[in-house]
Design a protein around this ligand. Structure first.
Ligand SMILES: N[C@@H](CCC(=O)N[C@@H](CS)C(=O)NCC(=O)O)C(=O)O
Length: 195
């Protein structure tokens, strides 16, 4: 198994965290998704990380789909238990929505300047971040269990700290911050810190 990734992608970090939690060790192939790297193009026509080349030679893209594949590959721990499936999928949706809103804010600012935050789409992205944080704080107790949803939310929150620190989410959402601190102590998070 080969995982194509870079060190700042929240999507790639989520997949890496899942692999580590499942005890899987894909070979890591470091690429720059913005440089039209032919090696990445060969495994993902969308030229995005993460991409996973399976041992059978199939190339998977989209972080949540790769995570589902890894969940099947490693027997334990179960990160998408059948009896909790819909709750976990709901959390995954919130985590992915938060990641998308944060990542697209960062990329839009990079290409168009920070005034883009005042555009209609910019405002919607920032509102999505606020609404999702409020919802997660309200539901913080549901995050206790280790699963694909809680891992994705924890990575999304760390991406906010990394790229949008001015939001100061820890100050405004203390239960969420307490919970995330414990997850950040896990080896899977420590060894994949954004850089
Ligand atoms: N929906 C995708 C998003 C992946 C994504 O946007 N990755 C970024 C890096 S964080 C990327 O490779 N961007 C390069 C590009 O869009 O050309 C997923 O969940 O994997």
């Amino acid at each position: 198994m080969k995982l194509y990734l870079n060190a700042t992608s929240p999507y790639a970090r989520f997949v890496r965290v899942v692999a580590l939690e499942k005890g899987l060790k894909p070979e890591l192939v470091w690429v720059d998704p913005w440089s039209n790297d032919p090696a990445l193009l060969a495994v993902n026509p969308a030229l995005r990380v993460p991409a996973l080349e399976t041992d059978a030679g199939l190339c998977l893209s989209e972080s949540m789909l790769i995570a589902l594949h890894l969940e099947q590959e490693g027997a334990t721990p179960q990160l998408l238990p059948k009896e909790m499936q819909d709750q976990v999928l709901q959390l995954m949706g919130w985590g992915q929505g938060l990641t998308d809103a944060a990542f697209n804010t960062v990329i839009a600012r990079k290409h168009q300047g920070s005034a883009v935050d005042q555009s209609e789409l910019g405002k919607r992205r920032l509102a999505a971040i606020t609404h999702t944080l409020q919802q997660l704080e309200h539901q913080a107790a549901r995050l206790e269990q280790l699963n694909l949803g809680s891992l994705l939310v924890a990575v999304a929150l760390d991406y906010l700290s990394f790229r949008l620190p001015e939001i100061q989410w820890q100050k405004h959402y203390p239960m969420l911050a307490d919970w995330q601190q414990t997850l950040l102590q896990r080896d899977s998070f420590k060894s994949t810190a954004f850089a």
